[in-house]
Ligand binder design. Structure first.
Ligand code: 3PG
Length: 306
């Protein structure tokens, strides 16, 4: 089978080699499309491939329709909001992710961003410490749980909201359960967002929730920019000069936010939460193994479009 590794943001060399080794050992051919400039380059590259490994690369309906031999797409990572699941399902194409494989990298970055903001973006201005502060974790899945557990080691008090987990599961994961999003925001000096971008969550965090946060709070977004209602964020930051926003996902209105609020806001230029050698190897090799296994045995364990 022909497997395309399509990564606009390339994996570390060790991950690429590992992917090639696994797939060639299983009798497959690997072709690469890295750092491509245009979506059209991706569309052109899929015409004769049977499988694709992607990161945040956009598998649109156009990509799927340009790939008549395609059987499987594996998103090497957690969020699959970049794949048109409906179009894939219509063509009988299996879509998988590699849950948990890059979670530690994202969790470490979330904590790094908290420290960066607490310590005034590493300027000599007087900052504050994380110890003793309350951390709210919105969604206590693979990343959220790691953020909670690591923050606990820094002396933070952790509470979490997750509609898919029981109170006991949240307690076992090291956090106090909270039962409404309003309650979560109201009790969080730091609020770390780990919800996926779905129709129900897109723009779900806006003025009403953000202004529930206590004095001096920081909102930390290492999830997706789409879950923020950017107009609401702007209004909240305008009305509440004590609030801060930090994100691994640059908001569309970032230039305006920077102009108005300076060091109260910070966003990485390109999503980098999962951009460590370790995460690249974990997620990339998992993707390669899942493809090899799918073609060998039909294993669909991580399919997300069932
Ligand atoms: C994910 O959903 O796994 C992360 O957002 C990582 O995305 P990336 O592979 O584009 O860095």
């Amino acid at each position: 089978m022909k497997v395309l590794l399509a990564t606009q943001k390339p994996f570390a060399a060790a991950a690429v080699k590992g992917i090639e080794d696994i797939l060639t050992a299983a009798g497959h051919e690997v072709v690469k499309l890295e750092k491509y400039a245009e979506q059209a380059d991706f569309v052109a590259a899929v015409k004769d491939v049977n499988a694709i490994i992607i990161r945040s690369d956009k598998v649109t309906r156009e990509v799927i329709e340009a790939a008549p031999a395609l059987k499987i797409v594996v998103r090497a990572g957690a969020g699959y909001d970049n794949v048109d699941l409906e179009a894939a399902t219509e063509k009988g194409i299996v879509v998988m992710n590699t849950p948990g494989q890059n979670s530690n990298a994202v969790a470490e970055l979330a904590l790094g961003l908290m420290i960066f903001m607490a310590r005034t973006q590493f300027t000599p201005a007087t900052g504050s410490e994380l110890q003793g502060k309350r951390l709210g974790v919105q969604a206590y899945g693979n990343v959220g749980r790691l953020v909670g557990q690591k923050a606990k080691a820094l002396g933070m008090k952790i509470h979490a909201l997750d509609p898919f987990l029981s109170d006991q599961q949240i307690i076992d994961g090291g956090a106090d359960p909270v039962h409404s999003v309003e309650e979560l925001y109201a009790a969080s000096d730091y609020l770390s967002i780990h919800i996926p971008a779905l129709p129900a969550t897109i723009k779900s965090i806006g003025y009403d929730l953000i202004t529930k946060m206590p004095k001096g709070a920081t909102l930390v977004n290492t999830a997706r920019k789409e879950v923020i209602d950017e107009e609401g964020l702007l209004k909240a930051l305008e009305e509440r000069p004590d609030l801060k926003y930090v994100a691994d996902v640059m908001p569309d209105n970032y230039a305006l936010l920077q102009e108005k609020f300076g060091a109260r806001v910070f966003a990485t230029p390109k999503k980098m939460g999962a951009q460590t050698g370790e995460a690249n190897v974990n997620a990339g090799l998992a993707a390669a193994r899942q493809i090899a296994d799918f073609f060998a045995t039909g294993n669909r364990k991580f399919q997300v479009n069932k």
